[in-house]
Design a protein around this ligand. Structure first.
Ligand code: CA
Length: 378
């Protein structure tokens, strides 16, 4: 038996990971102290770029929270340097820049890259599909995260959960939508599968980075935009230029991504890798809680009439046409793209049972929980 094999059998394995000596004996206090010191010397900084301004509330705060958690978890050895949209690379250039190793990571949304692979939209949101809890369950237990990592590895990337916005609002319209006919010819900023559905309904969908949206809406470059929900939308100022605010079905629980260059990530010490995983999960759940809280606060102000906004629901013919459209779109994408079909199959296996539980548990409860809410007549 060679020495290495013997040590392994005897339970005395040692391994050098990123210059750090790990021992099979975890109770050796002397060695633990040494590990921390060695980590400190191996200080690493990762450059992470955003697809939105770094001052953006909630989503921007989320990435700074992540950076702080990583710093704490690694005793300051791993630092995350954050760059807002267009500081190092264009807002929607982060995927390519990270894939090529020009930046180390990015905070964005996978549906922005559907032009590279239609399957990526599924990791963000499916119209009339999963809400935040269901998305989390699919990613962690339904095979979603496994597929996401498998697909992104083809682009030299590794994704982590980067937050969830919860249910999103349908968007801001300059004129009321009284029937399906009113959507025809409207130019609207709406990404992902939601954009594909709107296209079937006669809308011209475009994707514009968040930082440029207000000006586009104000100048009439677009007639309508969706963004996220009351908290962020009010801060973006859309209410000043579009007065009709619709509830939505296009993004029921949108997942954001915190993605790293895979080659770079693979070379990190395993304690750094674990810190990134733990801190991203922490950011992910915290962000959903913050959206839930702040959306409620902002919605109250809208309902109190502070912004002169009408809260609306889409008419039935729009909703029914959208439901029909998403079925066709999912089927067509699955026929066109093997990746899309593979990912969508995991959703089809997972979703029916989860959906029943959501209906029997949550929907029943929400329906009987007393509410006096009525939409404005739009
Ligand atoms: Ca959105």
């Amino acid at each position: 038996m060679d020495r290495r094999k013997f040590l392994k059998t005897a339970g005395f394995t040692t391994a050098v990971v990123g210059g750090m000596i790990l021992s099979g004996c975890s109770n050796n206090k002397k060695e633990e102290v040494k590990n921390v010191n060695v980590s400190k010397k191996k200080e690493t900084t990762l450059k992470v770029c955003l697809s939105w301004p770094k001052t953006l509330p909630i989503m921007g705060e989320g990435i700074y929270y992540f950076a702080d958690r990583v710093k704490e978890l690694t005793d300051g050895a791993l630092k995350i340097k954050i760059y807002g949209a267009n500081e190092l690379v264009p807002a929607l250039g982060v995927f390519d820049a990270c894939s090529k190793g020009q930046i180390d990571g990015f905070h964005s949304g996978p549906y922005y890259w559907k032009g590279k692979n239609p399957a990526f939209s599924l990791f963000s949101a499916v119209p009339f599909g999963m809400v935040a809890d269901e998305m989390n369950a699919w990613l962690d237990f339904g095979g979603g995260m496994e597929k996401w990592r498998e697909l992104y590895s083809k682009y030299n990337l590794i994704p982590f959960k980067g937050g969830n916005t919860g249910n999103q609002m349908g968007g801001w319209f300059r004129k009321p939508i009284k029937s399906l006919a009113d959507l025809k010819g409207l130019k609207m900023r709406i990404p992902g599968l939601g954009g594909e559905v709107m296209a079937r309904l006669g809308v011209k969908p475009v994707n514009i980075p968040g930082g440029e949206l207000y000006t586009a809406l104000e100048r009439g470059v677009i007639d309508a935009t969706e963004w996220v929900g009351p908290a962020l939308d009010i801060k973006m100022g859309f209410y000043k230029v579009a007065k009709y605010y619709y509830s939505g079905w296009h993004e029921p629980g949108t997942v954001l991504e915190l993605t790293f260059n895979k080659e770079k990530f693979d070379k990190l010490p395993k304690e750094f890798k674990a810190a990134i995983e733990v801190a991203s999960n922490d950011m992910h759940s915290r962000m959903l809680a913050q959206f839930q809280y702040e959306n409620g606060v902002a919605l109250k102000k809208i309902m109190d009439g502070k912004y002169g906004v009408k809260l609306c629901e889409f008419p039935n013919d729009v909703n029914e046409a959208a439901k029909k459209a998403i079925k066709e779109i999912l089927e067509e994408n699955a026929n066109k793209s093997t990746d899309f079909r593979d990912v969508y199959e995991t959703i089809e296996r997972f979703f029916p049972d989860t959906r029943k539980w959501s209906d029997v548990g949550m929907k029943w409860f929400l329906d009987v929980r007393d509410t006096n809410f009525k939409y404005d007549k739009c």
